[in-house]
Design a protein around this ligand. Sequence first.
Ligand SMILES: C[S@@+](CC[C@H](N)C(=O)[O-])C[C@H]1O[C@@H](n2cnc3c(N)ncnc32)[C@H](O)[C@@H]1O
Length: 321
Amino acid sequence: MEQLPLKLSNAIDRELAPLHPDRLRDACYDLSQRYARGEFIETQAHRQAYIASRLPATFGVIRNVLKRISQHLTPVKTLLDLGSGVGSLAWAAADFMPHLKSVTFFERDIEMVRLGQHLTQNQLDPLQISWCHDDIVREQMFPSHDAVVLAYSLNELNVKDQLQVVEKAYEATDQLLIIIEPGTPQGYGNILTARRLLIERGAQILAPCTHNRPCPVAPAFKEGKDWCHFSVRIPRGKYHKRAKDGALPYEDEKFSYLVASPSPHPVPKARVIRAPIKKTGHVILDLCTFEGDLDRRVVSKSEGEIYTLARDAEWGDEWQE
Ligand SMILES: C[S@@+](CC[C@H](N)C(=O)[O-])C[C@H]1O[C@@H](n2cnc3c(N)ncnc32)[C@H](O)[C@@H]1O
């Protein structure tokens, strides 16, 4: 489970407390209908719906991705977030970047900037936070930062704009470029397009792929049969439950992602790319390997220590064998 930090969850509660529950529920419904039609946030009610119903999920996914790549994050001092919304990245980064000094947000919606400033005010000290009210498509270039993040923002751009934003984001990356998209076929398609471009520009792909070879899931994707994605469990808070009109105390949020670097890094031998199937006496792992292949590994109880590792393995984990 990826839980919102208490300070953020309290700040959201304070923001939403004056709203009538019916208004919030209607706004959440409207926002999810808009997302399904490929339309995005427009009104203050949508922004409130976003922090009630989407922010816990985008925060949880970002945190989960950062946790997975935490071994690469230790040197990161400066962070650039393109299409930052209300700045969920800064809250997630605090746990995994011990040397982080500053975060720069680029966001085109001035009301999102204001809401983000309000939610983060005096909460993340001594982190230096800069908000740039700007359109990432129009901006010619971005200032260099150790790590650059595009979380749930590429899918709001057309493919031509996505490519030029990824190109500019990579040019601004000193160490790591992190891209996160919804775990839908469209989100994975955006990741695949960015991946091809980054490999052409000489980047090393660090995650989820453990190789720079063609994505082995792409042929099945072209046939509409499969796409590379992962999942994280998000607990639902008071407003989140109300917004979703749901009784369940959690939801499973699917996501696709990509981490690339202009410099070489060690990578694991393989990654578990589907939920492991755990039976009595054996575990089935679907792996994407460093040779660029899909491999099904059946680990039986007789394999001792490896079997213990397989029993503990989760969807998205590295596999070192
Ligand atoms: C779905 S939200 C994601 C926010 C945040 N990255 C997160 O993960 O919580 C996408 C954000 O990207 C912003 N955005 C979309 N296109 C943009 C552009 N061309 N320039 C700057 N921001 C943009 C939107 O205004 C919105 O706030």
